[in-house]
Write a protein that binds this ligand. Structure first.
Ligand code: HDE
Length: 723
């Protein structure tokens, strides 16, 4: 019999299977040997070892057992909070050294580029939950400095729900899905959360933030970050200044609409993760400026709130934010699990020049973050996982433990010792050894809360008073939605009672939406709760007024609106679309950094007016208006006729209008608007700055201006017919 010639791929196949066509696809193109975890070459990765080709599998198959065992153990416990997150690498560059405040090397040398890893997250949902939940966002930054790792584990809101770490498990138990039926996922709109909040007057300020559009970011790249607690900066004389840390996004602070968020959760639950990934991949690197608000030690008691109270912010009108550096995210992860999932942040990871305060929430966090890694990452050696390793060498006498990687040499694992000259050496303060701030403490042990923490409402009032009309409307709607999902009427009533300390109009509007009577005057809050509730808190609420009437920085209305960079614009197209109309607007937008996607009546390509094929990125089956920032309808008579007859195209436009987005019709395309519910608005006297018709450069310029403005929120009043 003639000998069969084998292809190179077939030669690489298992000895007993050289002729199988199926196997030919499995040959390794990289030329790397496939091995077991112990380095033994694998000859057959397709078949388990059996007693015969139709017989049972043999227990002896150590390759199968190793593979399945590894697979069985591929999950680690998700984070108990902030389980859902996305990460990226980047760099931090200092603009301006601050030796008068801090001796930290990375805050004193403008030449240093400090590598960072950042992880953004939601708080309540599980690892696979939607990005668009109404929730606080985590904003955790690991700086790999030349003096060790500094982690700034912050949020996108500047305050927190509670004042003392003791209440954190209660808060989280209340917001997580209810324990009997594990519902609802990644949502605060349920009885247990509002039961807890309504009994916790100290949460009032934070709940205003959580019900605002800050809880619905358009993108991680368009949200602020805050260290929340007051930290200390320590200079080389050992002097301390109080500090609040800030991240200010260069693209401005923007949000989506709540109705939009809910639809995105179905259409693309990875919306924020994808947005971050695509921006970095396309070279549009997300950027934030690093800001500090510095308060001299001597001014600690100058404010009408306690600097150590994490439910308070320092209004920027009182202490301006100095922008001292820039964070740029410029590299996506190679492996989500190895980096984003295994990264371990800790408030206690500080470097010389940064120190803690007695904020009781921060003090509790100092315990929690190592503890949580022990269970999540399986032992005390998580600092050896590549993403957690500092960029400077580690020397100490810690040894052993689960999954130890370092092979420590020699006899000595204690200090002091005389056998190897007391190695490793302790580091003097002048040479970068960490010395805790020499704070004087002279008091009695006590479980109590300082009276200076009892004002629970003044900054909630300040926040609400500082919002634009549209933002206020969104807050009213958010409360109405959330409390509307609460089944227990007593909880709703108690929550309305608490809000009487913020704003009576706010309460009246929510009550009206809920169809409930509105309290006529502030409901007295006794012992930390509205009366007759048996609330166990034994501290009082003080009904104080804010020292300033408004703070502009608290509203997103005045944020930066000068760029369309990375904004996604949908072009609606059908057969007969004008190729020149598509090309001209696309060029104008892309030149400004925007991303254009053609959404067609079908996938593949549509026929242009010159009979050329115009490729589309998406069809109405795969795309939806909520995934875009604005919509453009190009010219082309036949294409407009086709879109006019297409319910999906009309829904796309109606929905974009409802979510207050810019919609632009090129010459002749405005005929399509006649089929939408907003057609009356197009030529109305009170013009809508986000509804545009015309042609040429003038049209492109006004469209770009409208997209930069983010949304025409004013459109929401009076309420329009829903899409
Ligand atoms: Fe956290 N928090 N937290 N937290 N937190 C965690 O640590 C905790 C708090 C924040 O992307 C956990 O590694 C306690 C405030 C972020 O990996 C855990 C208290 C702020 C992240 C934990 C707080 C935060 C976490 C869960 C009250 C804003 C995600 C997994 C005393 C300043 C970090 C983990 C990442 C994660 C405990 C309050 C921000 C359990 C006990 C306030 C951004 O250790």
């Amino acid at each position: 019999m003639a000998k069969k010639t084998l292809t190179p791929e077939q030669s690489a196949l298992p000895e007993n299977d050289k002729t199988s066509k199926l196997k030919a696809h499995t040959a390794d193109a990289t030329g790397q040997r496939m091995t077991t975890d112990h380095g033994v070459g694998i000859n057959d990765d397709q078949n388990s070892l059996k007693a015969g080709d139709r017989a049972s599998t043999l227990l002896e198959d150590f390759i199968l057992r190793e593979k399945i065992t590894h697979f069985d153990h591929e999950r680690i416990p998700e984070r108990v909070v902030h389980a859902r997150g996305s990460g990226a690498h980047g760099v931090f560059k200092l603009y301006q050294p601050i030796p008068e405040f801090s001796k930290a090397a990375f805050l004193n040398d403008t030449e240093i580029e400090t590598p960072v890893f950042v992880r953004f997250s939601t708080v309540a949902g599980s690892r696979g939950s939607t990005d668009l939940a109404r929730d606080v966002r985590g904003f955790a930054v690991k700086f790999y400095t030349q003096e060790g790792n500094f982690d700034l584990v912050g949020n996108n809101m500047p305050v927190f729900f509670i004042q003392d770490a003791m209440k954190f498990p209660d808060l989280i138990h209340a917001v997580k899905p209810e324990p009997d039926n594990e519902m609802p996922q990644a949502a605060s709109a349920h009885d247990t959360f509002w039961d807890f909040i309504s009994l916790m007057p100290e949460s009032t300020h934070m709940i205003m933030w959580a019900m605002s559009d800050r809880a619905l970011p358009r993108s991680y790249r368009m949200m602020e970050g805050f260290g929340v607690h007051t930290f200390r900066l320590i200079n080389d004389k050992g002097e301390s200044h109080f500090v609040k840390f800030h991240w200010k996004p260069l693209l401005g602070v923007h949000s989506v609409a709540w109705d939009e968020a809910q639809t995105i959760s179905g259409k693309d639950p990875d919306f924020h993760r994808r947005d971050l990934w695509e921006a970095i991949q396309s070279g549009s690197f997300p950027e934030w400026e690093f800001g500090i608000q510095v308060v001299p030690e001597a001014d600690e008691h100058k404010f009408d709130f306690d600097l150590l109270d994490p439910t308070k912010l320092i209004p920027e009108e009182l202490v301006p934010v100095q922008r001292i550096g820039k964070l740029t995210l410029n590299r996506n992860t190679d492996n989500f699990f190895a980096e984003t999932e295994q990264v371990a942040f800790h408030v206690g990871h500080v470097v010389p020049g940064i120190d803690f305060t007695n904020d009781p929430l921060m003090q509790g966090r100092l315990f929690s973050y190592t503890d949580t890694q022990l269970i999540r990452l399986g032992g005390p050696n998580f600092h050896e996982i590549p993403i957690n390793r500092p960029v400077v060498p580690v020397h100490n006498n810690q040894r052993d433990g689960f999954m130890r990687q370092t092979i420590n040499k020699g006899k000595v694992s204690y200090n002091p010792n005389s056998l190897v000259s007391n190695d490793p050496l302790q580091v003097k303060a002048e040479s970068g050894g960490f010395v805790s701030y020499n704070e004087r403490i002279d008091s009695r042990k006590i479980r109590a809360r300082s009276e200076s923490y009892f004002d629970h409402f003044s900054q909630a009032k300040l926040f609400y008073a500082s919002q634009s009309l549209a933002e206020k409307e969104h807050i009213i709607n958010a409360f109405s939605f959330e409390l509307g999902k609460v089944k227990n009427l007593t909880i709703r009533e108690r929550m309305l009672g608490l809000l009487t300390h913020v704003d009576m109009d706010l309460v009246a509007s929510i009550a009206s939406n809920l169809g409930m009577p509105s309290p006529k005057k502030p409901v007295s809050v006794v012992n930390g709760s509205v009366p007759a509730d048996g609330n166990p808190n034994d501290f009082a609420s003080v009904d104080a007024e804010p020292s300033i009437a408004k703070s502009e920085a608290l509203s997103m209305a005045g944020t930066i609106k000068d760029s369309v960079s990375t904004r996604k614009i949908a072009f609606l197209v059908a057969d007969g679309v004008s190729a020149s109309s598509v090309d001209a607007m696309k060029k104008a937008l892309v030149d400004q950094g925007a991303v254009v996607e053609l959404v067609g009546t079908h996938g593949g390509a549509v026929k242009g007016d010159k009979k050329t094929a115009i490729e589309v990125e998406e069809s109405f089956l795969t795309a939806c208006s909520v995934l875009y920032d604005a919509v453009f309808v190009p010219s082309g008579a036949n294409h407009i006729d086709a879109l006019s007859a297409d319910a999906d195209a009309l829904h796309f436009l109606n929905e974009a209008f409802k979510h207050c987005k810019a919609i632009c019709f090129d010459a002749g395309a405005e005929k399509l608007a006649e089929r939408t519910y907003f057609h009356g608005k197009l030529n109305a006297k009170a013009s809508d700055p986000g509804l545009l018709t015309g042609s040429g450069k003038a049209l492109a310029d006004s469209f770009i201006k409208a997209i930069s403005a983010h949304r025409v929120w004013e459109r929401e009043k009076p309420r329009m017919v829903p899409a």
